[in-house]
Design a protein around this ligand. Structure first.
Ligand SMILES: Cc1ncc(COP(=O)(O)O)c(C=O)c1O
Length: 400
């Protein structure tokens, strides 16, 4: 009898972690490495939020809490959904977990039976298909190429839906492409979803606040209230509030689903960290002005990277609406030869060459289900981004 569960054989180790591990190894060996593979803001958690965490420790809030979040935090989340998204949820419709990642995982564990299908627009965040596989479901990736703005078209959604489709996962703005769905994009998808009432929508709005150029963020239950009863609206404090290490994510949705997700969580991790919950209350209820300040810096970095990469022969880099990633195409480099005579066969070959030749760590597009591309996280200083782009340009120009 094999020791490891059968389902594990279907799950791949995280490709983003593999490239990060390789970069760390090269760094330890003394190489000068620039890692543009990290998926988190480089800013510190704002001081008022840090202080709220410290105050919670001092008040002795260091015990178990309700397994899916304190009522005060659920109320703050209801306030956020009402204020920012026009969505009405009662606290009994809210769940709080150890990061957005656990929210998504709980929902899939709670709802997927073997063979249930989950439609995932590609490029996608690497964890979606792996989570579906861990829950014995079937990921159904749908290609959303650059000429569709990396967004799901209604006709492609319609074609992907079968009687076994349980969920559609939407992520806007997207990791890895930064693409954001407008209200009319969402309305068009909603028209299709209204025809298929077996399909639920898991909308991952983690990058809601990281948007540029007056992009007007909307979430699908707000745009089409008839989908409210089968939508799980997922969000969290990790990205907008620079709190990746605090591990707080949350969702609003129908009571029955929220209760089922609670059953999963109460028997696995139980409550998210009590101190982080206090900090998250301050994040949601406190001043929000730093978000716009961060976005100005992120926008400057986005424009810097897009402009520099578009000067490089063989690369084409669209200017995304949000998040802190760009997803350039390297189609123009496939088939070229490196100075030591190797052929660049695909985007993974390209990113390995980039790391070996110039010490720049990025993640290949195949990892996100759409090649040949690569993902750059620009959540780092302008100086480092300038140097990284200069190295990328040198590496590309050295290809024949
Ligand atoms: C699209 C997307 N969803 C969810 C998450 C998970 O967020 P958290 O750190 O809150 O678990 C991430 C983190 O990288 C993400 O990029």
């Amino acid at each position: 009898m094999p020791f490891l569960a059968d389902r594990l054989a279907r799950v791949k180790p995280s490709p983003t972690m593999a490239i990060t591990a390789l970069a760390t190894e090269l760094k330890a060996a003394g190489r000068n490495i620039i890692a543009l593979s990290q998926g988190e803001p480089d800013f510190d958690t704002p001081p008022n939020i840090r202080e709220a965490g410290i105050a919670a420790i001092e008040r002795g809030e260091t015990k178990y809490t309700v397994f899916d979040g304190r009522i005060e935090l659920k109320q703050a989340i209801c306030g956020k959904f009402k204020r920012e998204n026009g969505l009405h949820y009662e606290p009994s419709q809210i769940t709080v977990s150890n990061g957005g990642k656990q929210v998504l995982y709980n929902a899939l564990v709670a709802t997927l039976s073997a063979g249930d299908e989950v439609v995932i627009p590609a490029p996608y965040w690497v964890s979606y298909p792996e989570m579906v596989l861990l829950c014995d479901g079937e990921p159904v990736p749908v290609s959303c190429p650059q000429n569709n703005g990396f967004k799901l078209r209604p006709e492609d959604l319609d074609a992907a839906i079968t009687p076994r489709t349980k969920w559609l996962i939407l992520n806007s703005p997207s990791n890895p492409s930064g693409a954001g769905y407008t209200e009319s994009d969402l309305k068009a998808l909603a028209e299709v979803l209204l025809k298929h009432d077996q399909v639920w929508i898991m909308t991952d709005d983690m990058y809601e606040h990281v948007v540029y150029d007056d992009f007007d963020f909307k979430t699908i239950a707000q745009v089409e209230p008839r989908l409210y009863e089968r939508t799980l609206t997922v969000n969290g404090v990790s990205k907008a509030y620079c709190m990746t290490g605090w591990r707080i994510g949350y969702a609003g949705g129908p009571r029955e689903l929220i209760r089922a997700m609670g059953a999963v969580q109460s028997n696995s991790t139980a409550n998210p960290c009590s101190i982080s919950q206090a900090a998250a209350i301050e994040a949601l209820n406190g001043p929000q002005d730093f978000i716009a300040k961060h976005n100005l810096l992120f926008k400057e970095r986005r424009d810097l990277v897009v402009d520099l990469l578009n000067k490089v022969p063989g690369l084409h880099c669209p200017r995304p609406e949000g998040a802190f990633y760009v997803y350039p195409s390297c189609a123009g480099l496939i088939g070229k030869r490196t100075p030591d005579g190797k052929t660049i066969e695909d985007d993974e070959g390209f990113v390995r060459y980039l790391l070996a030749a110039e010490g720049v760590a990025v993640v290949h597009g195949a990892a996100f289900g759409l090649a040949p591309h690569f993902r750059i996280s620009y959540a780092t200083s302008n100086e480092e981004l300038r140097e990284a782009c200069a190295r990328i340009e040198r590496a590309c120009r050295a290809l024949q």
